[in-house]
Design a protein around this ligand. Structure first.
Ligand code: Q46
Ligand code: ZN
Ligand code: ZN
Length: 312
């Protein structure tokens, strides 16, 4: 196997691109894909500071690494979900990454905002853990960016994540979710920051290879709640399709973005207003996060209330 660019012995074969690359040309290919994503969706300009939401995993740290190398001003945001050892270890990875590169890392504790760490939220509200967690993460990312004066938040969602989300939305024909599925969501309200996903052109395997080759020390273990998530089943189904037909995930996602998404966007412009309780953006009177926090407050057990440090 030879590198497509230089003819030297290749380190990596990318079947969906029908190509193989040596190490330097693979990392260059990776960065080029990120540059294309930023350029195509006008995600941000070189003078905007990008708040990178980092989880300690390969994707978000690889994204932060590329943005730093590309010369963008960045700041990291770590949300401490209070998920036992997973949170403690992932926080350490983010802190070490930021310190080694002399980058600023902001840390927000979910329990401080919602009244309990994520594992307790499910017990207090009966809401599926990942649903409460996802809602809290989106809310806190936006709030942190507004508080610190940043106009754009970047997340490490890759091609596999995006294809799996699309698959889930199609399975249930969630037209509102389909209208919102995009690598870049513009700010449609002064209190809603732009959200972008510069890795959407790169697969999970490619991101893992990039993180490894760049020597990024990331948390390999998954969140303990990931195992039961339906998104994993969707990823597995798509992986089988990809194995049988390389490029299937790419075609599924990119075909949607180019051909189908505009149809779902029509008539989906919702009126945004400010939550009567916290002042953040919502479509109703009280935002979903405040409702969740209120449920936690009303139903949490003495045990949940007394669980101090969420990163234990
Ligand atoms: S962190 Fe949160 Fe994920 Fe863990 S609880 Fe589920 S949503 S799986 S990306
Ligand atoms: Zn090469
Ligand atoms: Zn609110």
């Amino acid at each position: 196997m030879r590198c497509r660019k230089c003819g030297e012995s290749a380190a990596l074969e990318l079947r969906r691109h029908n190509a193989a690359f040596c190490v330097p040309h693979f990392t260059e290919f990776f960065r080029k894909q990120v540059r294309e994503a930023i350029h195509h969706y006008r995600m941000f300009t070189p003078d905007e500071t990008v708040m990178v939401a980092v989880s300690g995993g390969k994707d978000s740290l690889a994204l932060w690494d590329v943005l730093i190398e590309e010369g963008y001003p960045t700041v990291g945001l770590y949300l401490d979900l209070g998920i036992f050892d997973y949170s403690r270890e992932s926080r350490e990875k983010c802190e070490a990454f930021a310190a080694a590169r002399r980058q600023r890392l902001l840390i927000e504790r979910v329990d401080a905002a919602i009244g309990a760490p994520i594992p307790e939220v499910q017990k207090a509200t009966r809401r599926p853990t990942c649903s409460a967690c996802g809602l809290s993460k989106r809310y806190l990312m936006n709030r942190a960016a507004l508080t610190h004066g940043f106009v754009v938040v970047a997340t490490g969602h890759n091609l596999d994540d995006e294809a799996a989300t699309l698959f889930g939305s199609v399975m249930h024909w969630q037209t509102d979710a389909l209208s919102r599925q995009s690598p870049a969501l513009a700010s449609t309200h002064p209190k809603l920051v732009r959200r972008v996903k510069p890795l959407y052109r790169l697969s999970e395997l490619e991101t893992a290879a990039f993180a490894f080759l760049r020597g990024i020390d990331y948390i390999v273990e998954e969140c303990p709640f990931a195992a039961g998530a339906t998104s994993l089943a969707h990823k597995e189904a798509l992986n089988r399709l990809e194995a049988a037909s390389p490029g299937a995930k790419h075609n599924f996602l990119f075909g949607f973005l180019e051909k189908a998404r505009p149809a779902f966007q029509r008539g989906q412009d919702v009126q945004l207003t400010e939550c009567a309780s916290c002042g953040q953006v919502t479509t109703g009177e009280i935002c979903a996060f405040c409702k969740l926090a209120d449920q936690v407050k009303r139903r949490s057990t003495p045990l949940a209330r007394s669980s101090g440090d969420p990163s234990r």
